[in-house]
Each structure stands twice: as structure tokens, then as C-alpha cells.
Ligand binder design. Structure first.
Ligand SMILES: [Zn+2]
Ligand SMILES: [Zn+2]
Length: 148
């Protein structure tokens, strides 16, 4: 894959700023566990698919939650220790600043790319709304859709 001149300059700039890029549009900082453990290790396939989704969506994603260590996941998730965020195969994308139509379209695009888990939080205060997407394999659980 070759980077355009503009993307190349951006990559160098961001790297010099001390922020590591995981893919063209996602940094380790935004994907890192929020507990302070510095774990930002995401699954390669998942990140390839997430970048593909970002490319077709055409707008920036604000990631509310990416990687979670087992300890942190147990504190904040109903899935306790085994949640799919602990495998680096899930992100929660804020839908604070996109319309419901855009959100539904994003889910459709994600499904086309091959994501198989969708959690929807589209009620309450806008800033708390998000879409969870993951690429759970059949060994984790069958494809799933749920609301929070
Ligand atoms: Zn952690
Ligand atoms: Zn999630």
C-alpha cells in the first residue's frame, strides 16, 4: 500500500508528535484501555476492517472505547472478564455528532465489511450515544445485535 504525499506528511507529523498510528486514521492513544495500563493491542484483522469502514464511511470516528484489559473490562462491562473488547476485536464509536440515518447506514456498511456484533446505544443524551461493533468469530459467539 502506498501513501499519498499528503498522508505521508501527516503520518510523519503525527509520529513526531509522539502518537503512534495503528492504521491511517487511528492512533494507539484513542484505542488504548482507559484504566491507565497502556494496553492498546488490537487484533490486526479487526483494525483492517475498521479502517475499511472508516474509508467507506468518509467521516472521522470518535472512539469511546477500544482495547480493554481484563481487569478494566470486569469493572465496567456486564461481560466481565471475557468481553470481546479484551480481545482487541471491538470498538464503541460515538454517534454524538452524526444523524440516526448516518448511524444506520454505518451499521449496514459495517455488516457488508463483515462485522458480526452490534450494540446500539441511541437513546438518552447525545454525547452518551454510541455504536459498538465487533468481529466476533463463531468460536466467541454467533452474530449478535443488542441494545443497551
Ligand atoms: Zn487497562
Ligand atoms: Zn463495546
Amino acid at each position: 500500500m502506498s501513501l499519498s504525499r499528503r498522508e505521508f506528511i501527516k503520518t510523519v507529523y503525527i509520529t513526531l508528535g509522539g502518537i503512534m498510528l495503528v492504521t491511517k486514521n487511528f492512533t494507539t492513544n484513542e484505542l488504548m484501555c482507559h484504566c491507565g495500563c497502556n494496553d492498546a493491542e488490537m487484533d490486526d484483522d479487526f483494525m483492517r476492517m475498521l479502517q475499511e469502514l472508516r474509508d467507506v464511511a468518509g467521516f472521522p470516528f470518535r472512539i469511546n472505547s477500544g482495547k480493554r484489559c481484563i481487569k478494566h473490562n470486569a469493572e465496567i462491562s456486564s461481560h466481565k472478564k471475557q468481553g470481546i473488547h479484551t480481545y482487541g476485536k471491538a470498538v464503541d464509536i460515538s454517534v454524538m455528532s452524526i444523524s440516526t440515518t448516518q448511524a444506520l447506514h454505518l451499521i449496514k456498511q459495517a455488516q457488508d465489511i463483515g462485522f458480526t456484533g452490534f450494540g446500539l446505544n441511541l437513546k438518552g443524551e447525545r454525547k452518551g450515544r454510541f455504536i459498538h461493533i465487533d468481529n466476533r468469530g463463531e468460536d466467541f459467539s454467533p452474530p449478535a445485535v443488542w441494545t443497551y
